[in-house]
Write a protein that binds this ligand. Sequence first.
Ligand code: ADP
Length: 257
Amino acid sequence: MNIPYYHAIGKEVQVFEHAYNCKIPFLLKGPTGTGKSRFIEHMAHKLDTKLITISCHEETSSTDLIGRFIIKGAETVWLDGPLTTAVKEGHILYLDEIAEARPDVIVAIHSLTDHRRELFIDKLGETIKAHKDFMLVASFNPGYQRGFKELKPSTRQRFVAISFDYPEEKIEAEILVSETNVSKDDAKRLVNIATKIRNLTELGLTETVSTRLLVDAAHLIHTGLPKRLAVHVAVVEPLTDDLEVIQALKDLSDLMI
Ligand code: ADP
């Protein structure tokens, strides 16, 4: 498989390589759709190591990560969870949106994220030492608006952290062209629309236009959907349900595409 395309924005590649050598837990901070997942896929490929990704949500528990007993015929057998597998076999475990998970997940990773590098499996009463190649990576959306979960300082301080944000305009347009083969002109127009909307802080959007939304719009345009319609459905509608704001954003983007 080809290496997943990732356009570096700053020093993140270099920093990650060093953190990987030292196996220091790594935190990717930033809003949704800014390339965090793509970055870690790219790095795992580059470092020739396996990546296990868990998309955390409010029901994600330590049992989901560590493992559970299951009934198989007449027997009860233990099944390792993805974290246990990664710890034993030496993979990168990526906890996407870690703050969404239940608090017992944070407790479970504590001993893995300090000098001990060990996992306690309470259901088996066993402690296992992490494989030398095991590394924990997590992402977190700091979101300054209501509704986003925080990460405690005692957890954050177990990670080396890097911030992700929307790339500068030229780079973002290059990403759209690479990802979708859309024309350079259309890519530039999409990025201009995004920049304009991102600056409209008075709209009070919970999250603004991400690179992911622009990639979707560019795909639709490249496959022949009328440009205005593509921007309406891929950029404007996902942002808000407020009819007035939708109309204002449609008017604005119609003028710009
Ligand atoms: P996140 O994990 O931050 O929510 P993703 O990594 O899923 O975001 O990024 C969403 C999409 O945006 C990717 O699938 C990719 O198409 C594009 N993307 C964003 N940033 C970059 C980048 N720096 N290089 C390449 N693609 C990017």
